[in-house]
Design a protein around this ligand. Structure first.
Ligand code: ATP
Ligand code: MG
Length: 605
């Protein structure tokens, strides 16, 4: 335990140094702030220093020049101090906020570089809390705590100076309380560090719980999850409260201990100053000055004991953020850049074990997707279809085997260049906060002409509903497109893929949410689109893939059958069985005997 905490404090020092690096661009304001702090503490010291002449010269000796100057001095000192305080406060806030903003942006950018595995490993609540809560904690360490540390240390030094100047003997006698205060500070900071890590964790859980409930508000209502969610949230909130109260309790305890120690020191002061040997050499001015200096040290000491913990909290937070910033980005060692790929894809005994999964999601897949041809993947749910296509944009790297594109090892291509070759309609459609047009022309497609966007939307059979929207293409569709139906969302995603016009097209259940009529219309569009590009299409509805150039049937991470529709039917294996089942369902659904027709005249491709 002590070993671990020693190690932790060692690395905390490194983190602090790194944090200071972030303040570098703001060095000028930072220096102004430091100057402000010095002025702040200096003026207070100066004022305390004036107490002795105030009492002795003003009231006892009635010195006319002191009587004239003293009020002017007092006003002057405090106006000057006001300027200092302003710069100390504003300057630290300026530097602190700037540092936090930079770190926040860096963390956000780090998220954009992360591997797909990273997002699977951690609850999204933690990822959000890092940006919202954790970075706020850093602001505290880099600004508030620093300000207190500097201003109050200087104040204490100044006050000690005043005391020494007044009576070295009494001041030194008061130093007995130093070890007591040091002890309090150490105990407090140890407790604090442990707790702040835990608080950070609970903040992530809180964010996660809120996010989940907000996203799943329908499920919560339908399945009557209110009590469960409420209890779950209350438990997290409760544990946050407990941890925060612990922090407050430590703070309060340390304040009151420091206060008690200081009161004892004060008592010692009064006791010693009134000894017969001292009392005669003691003027009211000296005594009051000592008393006021002691009094001024007190709040500074109290604040200083809480500085260490606050800084620690900020440093623990910074540690977490730096760990994210330092995470390796997606591996991108390839250097080959292509303009437009031919689109010949070859999987060679490809295996895939997900980072957190034990079983093989893919257990040795060999598949050739010839350029410009359509490959359909069918198979049971969980058989590895999505996993196989997720290797194409290199979301995951195969744990064994390799993939060749146009005869070249996949890993030799530059990631961005590779992804530019792929248009993708995923199993769950993701839309962004923005207009319909923004969503179709997303990312690198932004800036496409309106005519192109309309053409893509028309090809995806989406213009039909878009033109009925109040502002057409310029309609805001809200975050995650929750103003749209499932099929409408899919059509926008298809329009996006059409607009991208990439040589490789991946359709993972791209039309699953559409009615037969719309599906047929889109199938025609997709068919045109597939003409001169390599297409991998995943479909449960076999009618949509019957005309594919090859159909691969997957089961438990392997390809168990491959061939054209006719070949596979003739083979009489998995595919034929699947087909028979769907075909049977259809005839039962339609309660008609047009079965023969639907085989010979399939809808779609
Ligand atoms: N991110 C992941 N981490 C760990 N395991 C995963 C992950 N994604 C999928 N799997 C596992 O890999 C296997 C194959 O999943 P995959 O999504 O490829 O199936 P699928 O054939 O696309 O199924 P469906 O038709 O239901 O979409 C499943 O057993 C699943 O549990
Ligand atoms: Mg899938």
């Amino acid at each position: 335990m002590t070993d671990a905490s020693n190690h932790a404090s060692d690395s905390l020092f490194k983190i602090y140094r790194r944090l200071l690096q972030y303040t570098r661009p703001h060095w000028f304001i930072g220096c102004l702030a430091l100057l402000g702090m010095a002025v702040d503490a200096g003026c207070l010291t100066l004022f305390t220093r004036l107490i002795k002449p105030l009492l002795d010269n003003l009231f006892q000796q009635k010195d006319p020049s002191v009587i004239f100057w003293m009020p002017i001095w007092i006003v002057g000192i405090f106006i000057f101090r006001g300027v200092g305080t302003y710069w100390a406060d504003y300057g630290t806030a300026y530097v602190g906020r700037s540092v936090v903003q930079t770190i926040r942006v860096e963390v956000f950018d780090a998220y954009l570089r992360m591997t797909a595995a990273f997002f699977g490993n951690e609850a999204s609540g933690q990822q959000i809390a890092r940006i919202t809560y954790t970075s706020e904690q850093v602001a505290q360490a880099s600004s508030d705590a620093l300000k207190v540390a500097v201003t109050d240390s200087l104040t204490i030094v100044g006050m000690l100076g005043v005391m020494l100047w007044n009576s070295a003997y009494l001041t030194l006698a008061l130093l007995v309380m130093v070890p007591a205060i040091a002890l309090v500070a150490t105990v407090v900071s140890r407790r604090y560090r442990k707790i702040s890590r835990r608080i950070q964790g609970t903040m992530g859980t809180i964010t996660g719980a809120v996010e989940e409930t907000v996203n799943a508000h329908r499920e919560v209502k339908i399945y009557g999850g209110q009590n469960y969610e409420s209890a779950r949230f209350a438990a997290v909130a409760q544990s946050t409260r407990r941890l925060n109260l612990k922090v407050s309790s430590i703070n309060a305890l340390s304040s009151s201990t420091v206060q008690a120690v200081a009161a004892m020191a004060l008592a010692v002061l009064v006791f010693m100053a009134t000894r017969p040997s001292m009392i005669n050499s003691m003027t009211p001015g000296v005594f009051a000055s000592l008393l006021i200096a002691m009094g001024a040290i007190l709040p500074s000491l109290k604040r200083l004991t809480s500085v260490q913990p606050n800084m620690q909290r900020g440093l623990v937070a910074a540690q977490d953020l730096f760990a994210i910033i330092d995470m390796p980005p997606e591996p991108d060692l390839g250097t080959r850049v292509m303009d437009r790929a031919h689109g010949d894809i070859l999987f060679e005994s490809v295996k895939l074990v997900y980072p957190r999964g034990q079983a093989e999601a893919l257990g040795g897949v060999d598949l050739h997707c010839a350029a410009g041809k359509v490959t359909a993947l069918v198979g049971r749910s969980g058989s590895g279809k999505s996993s196989l296509v997720s290797l194409l944009p290199r979301f995951y790297a195969p744990s064994h085997g390799r993939i060749l594109l146009d005869g070249e090892n996949y890993e030799n291509y530059q990631l961005a260049s590779l992804r530019r070759q792929i248009a993708w309609v995923g199993q769950s459609v993701v839309l962004f906060d923005g207009t319909v047009a923004d969503n179709i022309a997303y990312g690198e497609l932004a800036g496409s002409s309106e005519a192109d966007i309309v053409a893509a939307a028309e090809a995806a059979n989406a213009m039909e509903f878009i033109s009925r929207m109040p502002q057409g293409l310029q309609t805001q569709i809200g975050q995650s497109g929750n103003m749209l139906s499932g099929g409408q969302r899919q059509r926008i995603a298809i329009a996006r893929a059409i607009l991208k016009n990439a040589p490789i097209l991946v359709l993972d259940e791209a039309t699953s949410a559409l009615d037969t009529e719309s599906e047929r219309l889109i199938q025609q569009a997709l068919q045109r689109l597939m003409k001169d590009r390599t297409t991998v299409v995943i479909a449960h509805r076999l009618s949509t893939i019957e005309h594919a150039d090859q159909i691969a049937v997957m089961d438990q991470g392997r390809i168990v059958e491959r061939g054209t529709h006719a070949e596979l039917i003739a083979l009489g294996g998995h595919y034929a069985a699947l087909h028979r089942m769907q075909f049977h369902d259809q005839t039962v659904d339609q309660s008609s005997d047009q079965a023969g027709e639907s085989v010979s005249q399939p809808a779609g491709i």
